[in-house]
Design a protein around this ligand. Structure first.
Ligand SMILES: [Cu+2]
Length: 129
């Protein structure tokens, strides 16, 4: 293939346009759950070895805010289907988690920070209706 000047010019324009749009996109902020106003706010108290309430139900499509606190030791909170993991609930502190209930069904949430002998029984259920 011969690299004529016009081909080089076209490739340069495409390259500049591609790089330019990537740079632009990296600066544009897309809306995330973090920025959305929650429509449902639920307090959940974590303790050895349960969440209170254990079962929570929300409407499909709602923006949910969970306000997590612990009354004893450090617990975790994991709700995989909604991308929630690596959450630590520290005693006496409020930990806020937000997500959009964009899947129907019943999902398990559980403690993923070892919190004592009953750690493996530390879970609850979210139902989206
Ligand atoms: Cu726990």
């Amino acid at each position: 293939m011969q690299w004529t000047q016009s081909k080089i010019a076209i490739f340069s324009i495409i390259a500049v346009a591609t790089i330019g749009s990537l740079v632009y996109l990296s600066f544009v902020s897309f809306p995330t759950n973090e920025n959305l106003e929650p429509q449902v706010s639920i307090n959940i108290v974590a303790k050895q070895f349960e969440y209170d309430p254990t079962n929570i139900t929300v409407q499909f499509g709602s923006i949910v805010e969970l306000m997590l606190t612990s009354i004893d030791v450090v617990h975790g909170f994991r709700l995989e289907e909604f991308g929630i993991n690596n959450i630590q609930i520290l005693p006496g502190e409020k930990t806020i988690v937000k997500f959009t209930a964009n899947q129907r069904g019943t999902f398990i949430f559980y403690c993923d920070v070892f919190c004592g002998v009953g750690h493996s029984d530390h879970f609850g259920y979210l139902t989206v209706v």
